[in-house]
Design a protein around this ligand. Sequence first.
Ligand SMILES: *Cc1c(COP(=O)(O)O)cnc(C)c1O
Length: 428
Amino acid sequence: MTIRYSRRSFFSYSRTALASIGLSSLMTPMQSIGAVLSHKDDDVNYYAKLGVEEIINAAGTYTSLTAAIMPEKVQLAVARAAKSPVRLEDLQLAAGSYLAKRLHCEAALVSAGAASALTLGTAACVTLANDKKGERVPPRIPQGMDSLKNEAIMQKGHRYGYDHALSNCGVRIVEVETLDEYRAAFTPKTVMTHFFNAATSGTIGREDWIRISHAHNIPCMNDAAADMPPISNLWKYTQMGFDLVCFSGGKGIRGPQNAGLLLGKKDLIAAAAENNNPIDNVVGRGQKVAKEQIVGMVAAVDWLLSQTDEGMEREFRGRAKKIADYLSDVPTLTAQIYVPEVANHVPTLLLHYDQEKVKIAPLEVADMCRHGSPSIELHPATGSPEPGLPSDANTIVVGVWMLQPGQDMIVAKRLRQILMEAASTQAS
Ligand SMILES: *Cc1c(COP(=O)(O)O)cnc(C)c1O
């Protein structure tokens, strides 16, 4: 018989159990989980001061979990940049041309995240499409768009949670499903086509998408926000022919969470900059990236290019294996290390078990991890199917790539303790 726990009884159960294995004494609330930099006496831990709980991120680069932790070198570059003012536009331009060289594209712009790159990229396409002899339109976006060219073509299967980043510019999204529909969708009002790189539906491939867009002399943008590694993806899609490519800076690249990359053609990146701060009356005015984060973005790219795909993969696989090995005697448990195809293309640990023998549901495990001390966030695909991952109601998913040194064993011990307790629960 499966024993059902209420949330409340779980909570006390988890505390008692934690105390029994001594984990709760590992951390005090004032202690910083992720402290990387050495602290001087006058350093204030504002998380503690504000009473905000620090967490162990066994999920991934999720926005709501503040995505990645910047490598120490990047943190130092950010701190150094904070000490001196510069001219913002000088820094934007210099960072852009440096990044373009390093990432093998014509031009680049540091945006306030991938979503901002999507908006600025769209604004660039609207601007160029409506450009009449130097009569630029940026100040009107997204107002008064009806009389302007304002259509963006997307595959129906590529409509997603970031459409609004395009709509912010007042464009209308035109949906297509087949190649024939795609060819027929171009009108005198078309300003761009847009591709969702990690889409799991949609029948038109990247090459066809680009070819037909270019045959109509229309630029195409690609949202590859979460699609690094491999590192070479940072130039693969611009070199494939996409005119604009968006990446998140705070995900796998491990830059500041509020930074991103818009990579692509010179004229489009220049038009994006016309829609960006420090200009006041434009759509990008509210998407400012401060000097610290612009520098942090550049430093993160430098850091990333000093890494190798093999090295990162070995590290993440090693963490997953370490956790799996530690859980190997949990009854009926099998471990699988799975690498998603496109987005978050990193070794991810999936744990399957028989809930008749280990009497706890994965979602309850996630809840206990969250409410323990230290608080651990498991991958949101735990206990549910998710596109790109073979997870289901019987699966615990551990995202290992955002764990800080030593945290793999904290997660392993916590999981083992929860699962072993549940396995020893006698049917009554
Ligand atoms: C995360 C993500 C974004 C947004 O990235 P930010 O850097 O948080 O703005 C956009 N598109 C896709 C597909 C994403 O995964």
